[in-house]
Design a protein. Structure first.
Length: 273
């Protein structure tokens, strides 16, 4: 099966989290699955970078000097990727660092005065090639804009776009905790996509959680079979995602209109989780 896992940069900067994620990935690969791991921050960084002028950046539109292109890129995605690559190497896995600007993985658009970009197309060629050879793409949420500037993309949008373009069987978004709860505090284990708008209207859902839900909804509506928001505190049990009951996280499901059952027959297998 093809599985896309999304993690926050703040999580994978932790050596211990990176090591557990590497061990989980090793189990998935050992079971014959193929993986893509995306990572990024929920909030955009304080600057964007012009590729042809590494001595200038912008802070929400205002000019600001920085140390240079390499320093800026390291600030954007270097440290998290380094931590992941080190952990995956120690686990005996072949992890390949990719940016959305590499190999035309993403085509984006953005407003002239904005550093925030939106994905308009995704090409899964390199994801397919690397994963087919047993490698694991580690994809960040940078892209190269039309003005040869590095742009920030919402990390949840990146994960959803990857899962959709790659025709993934599952999208798993790693979260800090079981954050989706009813008003009475009960954790929501199953959330139909048609109930998301009601949930957002009636509960105090933080913007980054809303972003995760929208990513899951988009992926399911574009062919991905399963989508789950999974607490990173239970990361060690993630490799049992398809084979045993896991009483944590929230499964987002797409129901067939008028039937109340999952639209995809393959998604129906999620009833055992």
């Amino acid at each position: 099966m093809k599985i896309v896992i999304k993690a926050e940069n703040t999580s994978v900067r932790s050596k211990s989290v990176a090591q557990v994620l590497a061990l989980v990935a090793k189990r998935f690969i050992g079971d014959g699955h193929r993986l893509v791991i995306t990572h990024g921050d929920s909030e955009p960084p304080a600057f964007h970078l012009n590729r042809n002028n590494g001595t200038k950046a912008a802070v929400h539109g205002a000019g600001c000097p920085i140390e240079g292109r390499d320093t800026a890129l390291e600030m954007l995605y270097g440290n998290p990727t380094i931590a992941l690559r080190a952990a995956f190497k120690m686990a005996g896995l072949m992890a390949i660092r990719l940016s959305g600007a590499d190999g035309n993985v993403f085509c984006v658009r953005r407003e002239p005065t904005s550093m925030i970009a939106e994905i308009v197309a995704a090409d899964p060629f390199w994801l397919e090639v690397i994963s087919a050879k047993g490698g694991i793409p580690l994809l960040d949420n940078l892209a190269l804009g039309p003005g040869e500037e590095y742009c920030w993309i919402n990390a949840d949008q990146v994960a959803s776009a990857c899962a959709t373009a790659w025709d993934a069987d599952a999208l798993i978004i790693l979260a800090e905790a079981d954050r989706l709860q009813e008003q009475n505090g009960t954790v929501i284990r199953w959330l139909p996509t048609d109930k998301i708008s009601d949930l957002l209207a009636t509960c105090a859902i933080p913007p980054h959680v809303s972003s995760e839900l929208n990513a899951c909804c988009h992926a399911l509506k574009h062919g991905v079979r399963r989508a789950r928001i999974f607490p990173i505190s239970q990361l060690d049990s993630l490799s049992s995602f398809y084979f045993s009951r896991i009483d944590c996280g929230t499964e987002v499901i797409l129901l067939e209109p008028g039937t109340g059952v999952p639209l995809s027959s393959r998604q129906a297998n999620s009833a055992r989780i």
